[in-house]
Design a binder for this molecule. Sequence first.
Ligand SMILES: NC(=O)c1ccc[n+]([C@@H]2O[C@H](COP(=O)([O-])OP(=O)(O)OC[C@H]3O[C@@H](n4cnc5c(N)ncnc54)[C@H](O)[C@@H]3O)[C@@H](O)[C@H]2O)c1
Length: 450
Amino acid sequence: MKVATTAGCEVATPTLAPAAPELREKIQSRTLRIGVIGLGYVGLPLATEFARAGFRVTGFDLNSEKVAQIQRGQSYIGDVASGEVSQLVEAGLLTATEDFRGLADIDAVNICVPTPLRKTKDPDLSYILAAVDQIQKHVHRGMLVILESTTYPGTTDELILPRLQENGMEVGRDFFLCFSPERVDPSNRQFHTRNIPKVVGGVTPDCTALGALYYQQAIEKVVPVSSTRVAEMVKLLENTFRSVNIGLANEMAQLCSHMSIDVWEVIEAAATKPFGFMPFYPGPGLGGHCIPVDPFYLSWKARADGTEARFIELAGLINGSMPHFVVQKIQAALNNQAKAVRNSSIHLLGVAYKRDVDDVRESPALDVLALLDQLGARVSYSDPHVPSLRFGGRQLESQPVALACRTADCVVLVTDHSAFDYKEIAESARLIIDTRNAFRAFRMDKIVKL
Ligand SMILES: NC(=O)c1ccc[n+]([C@@H]2O[C@H](COP(=O)([O-])OP(=O)(O)OC[C@H]3O[C@@H](n4cnc5c(N)ncnc54)[C@H](O)[C@@H]3O)[C@@H](O)[C@H]2O)c1
């Protein structure tokens, strides 16, 4: 079995393990039974993509509510339509369960569980290890195991492989193990699981070749690489690239503010250069499960290896300072109106971490709310995607936009959802702090940009 890597070399296997042709035959005949562990933003779109390609897919999740919803044919992920889930469930191609004993009948299993940071900013691999413990009980000849959760280089080789080999099964001979980073971008209408190229690296050349063949059944372009470590590092480079460049844009925003220059105008003009420049934009801070988290997996690993990831640490500091910078802008704008943050009513527009999603994980809105709350402001919010929010031990409810904007002392645009009526808000609000340049079409003194 041969497969060409991006480096141009062909990875060849001199002796094919008997389990490899059997697995290849199952993949090509689409009789392969697929398991996806973790049915979240990553796992559910992946499961439906393979089911749509004609494979029988079982989703395994600890969350009984998610399992029940899938079984009822309902989706809870914006990018996956309920109509599609119900069709696939009815056709017997998609099912979900909390019972991991079903792994015994699975030929290929994708691990798509969370990889958060601990409070100390160390990687929390407990979800991966729990999933691997389940697989380990059922690992069998001809099984393909693929980790998709973002993690530091070495996780697949150093943590997962020894566990799966504990029962005497040998990788590349009895079972096959790969890492394939997930690159899904929730709410992106142009790129989704099927048309985002899939990088895959295996522990052995057979593992890579079988992993690549597997993804080729459901994904338009597959990019094999020479090892699991390369595949793990690819994802961290991509997300570090974003974090560092956003950090630069955020530093530019702070510098421009000191110099009374409009950073948005600067970036738009710089972006007219047809080569050598790619625009990144400032904002209230990083959010979501990936960009604020993943680079710290790499810096942790660098420290463990006795070295340093200086760009990552610096970008983390600058990006982490943005909620404070936003609050300074609010303070200055209120002071100009002879008001203080204390006792002012401050209304946030958008609390999700990015446009048109319902995800508030790591959202900078939470930091802005907490800072304003500490300063004695009366805080409220509107978000068409987040009806309620746990904050500081209380429950906040999303408020009707028009009334809240008319009555607040200050409105802070944190997330530029497309559902907001920017014209109406611009006309009715008394003071607007715009952290996303969402009000670019309006020139009014009461609109303060980042
Ligand atoms: N969300 C994104 O945009 C995105 C993009 C690229 C990569 N990733 C990476 O993909 C991974 C998954 O992220 P996500 O956003 O889908 O997370 P998520 O929280 O949306 O979903 C994870 C799911 O795993 C389930 N789960 C947790 N432990 C489990 C276990 N032991 N067994 C079975 N199910 C378990 C949870 O109940 C949940 O449904 C993370 O490593 C993340 O960094 C996420």
